[in-house]
Design a protein around this ligand. Sequence first.
Ligand code: SAM
Length: 292
Amino acid sequence: MASFAQRLAREQRAFLSRPRGAWASHLDQAQRFLGHLLASSDPDRPVLILGAGTGLEVPWSEAPRGTVGWDADPWSRLRTALRHRRWPPWRFEDATGAMGPLAAAAHRAARETWSGRLREPEVAQARLAALLPTLPMEPTLLREALETLRPATVIAANLMGQFGEVARREVEAAFAPLDPWDEAPELEAAFQAWHRRLLTAFLDALAQSGASLGLLHDRAVLEGPEIPALGPFADTWMQQLQGAGSVEAHDPLSGLDVLAVLVPRRPVLAQRWWWPVGPGQIHLVEALAYEA
Ligand SMILES: C[S@@+](CC[C@H](N)C(=O)[O-])C[C@H]1O[C@@H](n2cnc3c(N)ncnc32)[C@H](O)[C@@H]1O
């Protein structure tokens, strides 16, 4: 079975092999947002870039010396070096700390301990739904890194929207060839609650670090040929849509609202824009900056 790191590497390869013709405006806005945060950070203290990836969105030339990249894809640092001619310190672990316990629980739920045989689908689904609320949710390595590095700025560079998708792949791998989500509303609800706990724990760790924060993430994924117009920034993304009567929307954050989780803090910068990722698939990207 593929490891978490191998799965991320595979996803990243597939992602980078997509036609990128329509990405220019997204990349420009993301680079400007992240470039501004990097250039305005204390030059004598490190920045921590979570989800640094291959540096497509990250203008490393603006990053203070000592800036640390973090990405569990084993190829991310090398690809960043090839793109930016820079070899930064790097962390390759799962930044959430939650994927290992999830994979182990999914395996325990799906298969008999003694024989390794798959259980009946309803039994496996019910077992996992019961296990999910009991799983630990503590990004220990991230907290330790934040305490050791004491970064002036922490950037979450478009990784939060991927946590849920990658977690689903972990569950699917344990259940294969069964489809864990088939006719399983209780499992779906338990998974989404687990996912919200994960995002909340991740954001708590960032908020408690005392660093300035730059959060860039997918806020919604829309399906359809039309790109709705966006009005002025509003706290709820749907209020910002104009004339989007019949769009099909998917929430990559399982209903969690980043702005609401971080209250009473308010962002000093808040933007949303469209990213046409592929034919008929449009991401609404949210960029939020918070002062320390
Ligand atoms: C959409 S990509 C971001 C691309 C990146 N910002 C860039 O400029 O190339 C999300 C990145 O987050 C990483 N990632 C996703 N989940 C992660 C996790 N739990 N821990 C560490 N890295 C993760 C992926 O490997 C991927 O490189």
